[in-house]
Ligand binder design. Structure first.
Ligand SMILES: Nc1nc2c(ncn2[C@@H]2O[C@H](COP(=O)(O)OP(=O)(O)OP(=O)(O)O)[C@@H](O)[C@H]2O)c(=O)[nH]1
Ligand SMILES: [Mg+2]
Length: 337
């Protein structure tokens, strides 16, 4: 049987949600986007990538001229940061062109030229999600085990609520009771309804959630799904079926199919994008755990080899650690001194 949960009392703060963050969060909800504080979090989140790049880049750029040695060292650095061969080749070509055109002769000028070339690659992926086109706007979330799907849903619930949207969560991961409970906890923290089912079919839960959303005038439905590997073909068939069932109640849905990628998986992200896209027509990406990796370069590889809009990036476990992808902020955070 379906169990409908509507909680009004948020649970006590968990270790992952210290009170400082909660206080800041509520201020944000009332006073709009606090750009500085998100930028700070982004910069902090990418500190590890920057620490790896920063030091090495400095010594590479210290040559003060774009010669073969610099290009070789830079190539190694980009490849070991998961930028991937295509994007690396492209960036080196752009740097060579800029060096010829603009006579780059200081470390700073070389760094700026590389940052601009990276920005040019990433900018086309900056396409913020517009949930105002349908009501309810149905977002299906997919990805491999542990990518950060459920956590991202919790963060997105807060994000959309802060924009005045009414949000409902669908516990489409019916494999584990713990998965349902995890989503319910996020629902409680955000004070939003979670549609769950004791056991059974993910498609049925999500169908039911959309029906409930229609009846209640909900703006955004966030549908969780169980983690699965692209090689688990029966599970890929299952998620394709979830998609078809959604279309029975919402012919144009899901309006967004988000693939959640853990940035730590590096180049494997490319294979995941391709496989999930084939099964469920991915329309956008959420790249998580950029704080935990020294390999943020994977977003450049995605941009060149399997471009999909990066709707959001995650740089931590706090509720506010997920925001729309802004290419300039991302590049700035990678290159900040
Ligand atoms: N550091 C960091 N941790 C994150 C981020 N996003 C998610 N996590 C953590 O990653 C772990 C897995 O997150 P979940 O949201 O449970 O992942 P999932 O994809 O739902 O996992 P399954 O349902 O098991 O497939 C949790 O410990 C999260 O706190 C992030 O941006 N940064
Ligand atoms: Mg989950």
């Amino acid at each position: 049987m379906f169990s409908f949960l509507k909680k009004t009392t948020p649970p006590p703060a968990t270790p992952a949600a210290p009170s400082a963050a909660s206080t800041e969060a509520s201020t944000e909800a009332n006073s709009g986007e606090p750009k500085a504080s998100w930028r700070e979090r982004l910069f902090q989140g990418l500190a590890r990538t920057r620490a790896q790049w920063g030091g090495k880049l400095k010594s590479v750029f210290a040559r003060g001229k774009v010669d073969d040695e610099l290009l070789e060292e830079l190539e190694t650095l980009l490849l070991t940061s998961d930028v991937g061969i295509e994007a690396t080749t492209h960036l080196l070509d752009e740097l060579k062109k800029a060096a010829k055109r603009d006579k780059l002769d200081t470390p700073q000028a070389i760094q700026d030229a590389l940052a601009n070339a990276l920005h040019a690659i990433l900018q086309p992926l900056e396409k913020p999600l517009d949930v105002s086109t349908h009501s309810p706007y149905v977002i299906m979330i997919a990805g491999i085990n542990g990518a950060g799907k459920t956590t991202s849903i919790g963060k997105l619930a807060k994000y959309f609520q802060s924009q005045g949207k009414r949000v409902l969560l669908a516990a489409g991961d019916t494999f584990r009771a713990a998965a349902r409970e995890q989503l319910q906890t996020w629902g409680e923290r955000n004070n939003v309804t979670v549609i769950a089912q004791e056991s059974g079919d993910p498609a049925a839960v999500i169908y039911d959630a959309i029906a409930a959303a229609k009846a209640r005038g909900i703006d955004v439905v966030l549908a969780d799904t169980a983690g699965r590997l692209p090689t688990q073909l029966h599970l890929m068939d299952e998620i394709a079926k979830v998609r078809r069932v959604i279309q029975k109640i919402e012919p144009e849905g899901p309006h967004e199919t988000l693939l959640v990628l853990d940035a730590n998986i590096g180049q494997n992200a490319l294979a995941q994008v391709k496989a999930f896209d084939k099964a469920i027509s991915v329309t956008g990406l959420v790249v998580t755990k950029l704080d935990g990796t020294a390999k943020g370069g994977v977003v450049a590889a995605i941009a060149r080899q399997c471009p999909k809009p990066i709707r959001f990036i995650g740089v931590g476990e706090q509720i506010d650690d997920l925001r729309p992808f802004v290419a300039r902020d991302f590049v700035d955070a990678l290159f900040a001194q």
